[in-house]
Design a protein around this ligand. Structure first.
Ligand code: RM4
Ligand code: MN
Length: 390
């Protein structure tokens, strides 16, 4: 049990700056009171999630949504409020030039512009001390014949190689895949196999990131996790929940059992300790979610707690009993070992752990009582609220 507590205490979950701004769907963005007006305020909000959970010490930035004049100053502000800068997310999907793609665009001038942005993101890493660049490309085509599938792969490989060469000591990039959307016919990085093949060719500083919402319904994500970990190519997660497509809902809301199965494979692969800096940063456990209708900070706290619960349950799997049942070919006993762990109520354990860490056992209630929301709602009046695409 003390091993389980130590592992849970050491867990590190990264929250995304964009989750604190206004967001919505393509139909409507709902504004909320108290929403940050700039990246500094986003970091202050993220620091609340860490303050109440104790396990969310880093915050991912999205460039240009989080563009500032002085990134070193932003990093200083982060440490003043009690967090650090995590992954830098590039954005080559919101400019008119990218209608036909970014790094895979048939026009070399557009490709150059996209690559320059990715390289500038590495500059931001240098300035903030971030060790991870996250690359997601909306690139693809909508119609058969629109562009040459193979040439687009060549262009992608060329850009990835240029970014790879630019990475400094202790820096890496994570390549994210997504089944479809916004492209509806071909997506240039549609699945883990494509991402894996590009990363494999480049070397150790290129790894795959699994966004749990970016798969076809029914995909066995824990298999992908097990496979990539075994190959040393799982760089991190973008955790969120999906019911239908890329829903970006709170982690563990749609399918807590799937989250448990994923965390079991993470533990089985010895990868729970997470990012620790240096050349072997480990797996980054990041959230990538948009709170369309729920309040932002509690939405993040809830997700962090859901990951903790799934992790605690996965840590409770009796490895010896499981190995014995598997060796005997005892299907039902093996399955029962997993189900016993999943069906354990780990909330009392987590509450105790929080008390040991000097935290309130109930982070949701403690945040609600803290008055932070009332404070930001009163203070953050005027100015332009940050939002998806701001
Ligand atoms: C993409 C992808 C990226 C995220 C953006 C906002 O679908 O999931 O990780 O940065 O959305
Ligand atoms: Mn993502």
């Amino acid at each position: 049990m003390s091993d389980i507590r130590a592992a849970l205490r050491a867990q590190a979950i990264e929250t995304p700056s964009w989750a604190y701004g206004n967001s919505g769907t393509r139909f409507k963005v709902f504004a909320q009171r108290g929403v940050p007006r700039d990246p500094y305020e986003k970091l202050a909000d993220a620091a609340q999630v860490h303050a109440f959970t104790g396990v969310a010490p880093t915050v991912a930035l999205h460039i240009p949504w989080d563009r500032v004049d002085d990134y070193a100053d932003l990093a200083r502000h982060a440490s003043e409020v009690g967090v650090r800068i995590g992954a830098i997310n590039s954005n080559v999907f919101q400019d008119d030039d990218y209608r036909l793609g970014s790094v895979t665009n048939p026009d070399p001038a557009v490709r150059r512009k996209a690559l320059d942005h990715l390289l500038a993101c590495v500059d931001v890493m240098d300035a903030t001390g971030s060790d991870t660049l996250k690359l997601w490309f909306s690139d693809g085509t909508n119609y058969p014949g629109q562009d040459d599938i193979r040439s687009r792969q060549d262009r992608l490989a060329e850009a990835l190689s240029a970014v790879y060469e630019r990475l400094g000591e202790g820096q890496r990039f994570l390549l994210e895949y997504k089944l479809f959307e916004p492209a509806f016919y071909v997506t240039d990085v549609p699945d883990w196999g494509t991402a894996y093949a590009h990363c494999l060719r480049l070397g150790d500083k290129a790894q795959v990131v699994v966004d749990t919402g970016h798969h076809a319904p029914g995909t066995n994500i824990e298999f992908i996790v097990a496979f990539l970990l075994r190959e040393g190519k799982l760089g991190g997660f973008d955790f969120n929940s999906r019911f239908y497509a890329d829903d970006d809902l709170m982690v563990g809301a749609a399918d807590p059992f799937q989250l448990f199965r994923i965390m079991y494979e993470v533990i089985r692969g010895g990868a729970l300790s997470g990012r620790h800096g240096g050349p072997e940063q480990g797996v980054a456990f990041m959230l990538d979610q948009c709170h369309n209708i729920e309040p932002k900070i509690p939405g993040q706290i809830r997700s962090v707690m859901n990951i903790q619960e799934a992790t605690a349950k996965a840590l409770r799997v009796d490895g010896d009993a499981l190995a014995a049942a598997q060796a005997e070919g005892d299907v039902l006993a093996a399955n029962a070992v997993l189900m016993d762990a999943y069906n354990t109520d780990v909330r009392p354990l987590l509450a105790e752990l929080r008390e040991e860490m000097g935290l309130d056992p109930d982070p949701m209630a403690a945040y609600a009582r803290s008055g932070y929301f009332e404070k930001i709602a009163a203070e953050r009046v005027g100015g332009a609220q940050a939002g998806w695409g701001a």
